[in-house]
Design a protein around this ligand. Structure first.
Ligand code: DX5
Ligand code: ZN
Length: 224
């Protein structure tokens, strides 16, 4: 765990979409590292959000790298289309893709970072083989589908075990965590080994998204 960079990744799922541009500018000013975009298909998860046209328009608007979290069935069909739309990071759920190697390699060949995501009940060992093909692993600390859910505390130990698995193999794979992260638990998840910290309601659920990002960043400053 050397040379760690901690990135705050605001999730626009909790933003006010009637003024999305303003909200994104606010988190840019706050020092966000990436912008987390939750893509849901109403099939893999029980919610429908946004897709390719929105990613394309955001890519032309913000200087932040777009981190697209695909909560969709058959992500292999769509993953590289998100790269073409401007995403710099594309992650797919291990539970949704029996052909992870192919999908991860295709994302990388298209020019983006490839991530693999695990649900709260999916064991760390399920990504053991895929680690060597991935740029990052996203640990879900809530069940995917909705913002504003309660953090599942067992995720901390899961991040620790994943960190160990990555470090033992001397792989250059970052850990992202997503769901229920706020000012009270961010230090714990970073201490456990997470480096890309997604936060939706803790940022856009407050009256001042810029200040909320700054506060989360300050809470992790000892690690940077
Ligand atoms: C949930 C999404 C998350 C969500 C996080 O399925 O993947 O990215 O926006 O929101 P909070 O931070 O409110 O839990
Ligand atoms: Zn997400």
């Amino acid at each position: 765990m050397q040379n760690r960079t901690i990135d705050i990744a605001p999730s626009i799922l909790s933003a006010d979409f009637s003024c999305l541009g303003d909200q994104i500018k606010a988190v840019e000013r706050g020092g966000a590292g990436v912008l987390h975009v939750d893509v849901m298909d109403g099939h893999f998860v029980p919610n429908i959000t946004i897709g390719l046209p929105v990613v394309k328009s955001l890519a032309g608007f913000t200087s932040l790298p777009l981190d697209t979290h695909l909560m969709i069935s058959e992500p292999g069909i769509y993953a590289t289309q998100f790269v073409s739309a401007g995403a710099k990071m594309v992650s797919v759920h291990v539970e949704a893709d029996p052909h992870l190697h192919r999908t991860l390699m295709a994302i990388k060949a298209a020019g983006a970072q490839a991530g693999v995501v695990i649900n709260p009940s999916t064991p760390v060992v399920s990504v053991e083989e895929a680690l060597q093909f991935a740029d990052y692993v996203l640990v879900m600390s809530v069940n995917p589908g909705f913002g504003g859910q309660k953090f599942i505390p067992q995720s901390i130990d899961k991040v620790k075990r994943l960190r160990r698995m990555i470090d033992e193999r001397q792989l250059n794979v970052r850990i992202e965590i997503d769901g229920g992260i706020d000012r009270n638990n961010i230090e714990t998840v970073v201490a456990a080994g997470a480096e890309i910290i997604v936060a939706g309601s803790a940022i856009f659920g407050t009256p001042d998204a810029e200040a909320a990002v700054k506060e989360l960043r300050n809470a992790t400053v000892q690690w940077v």
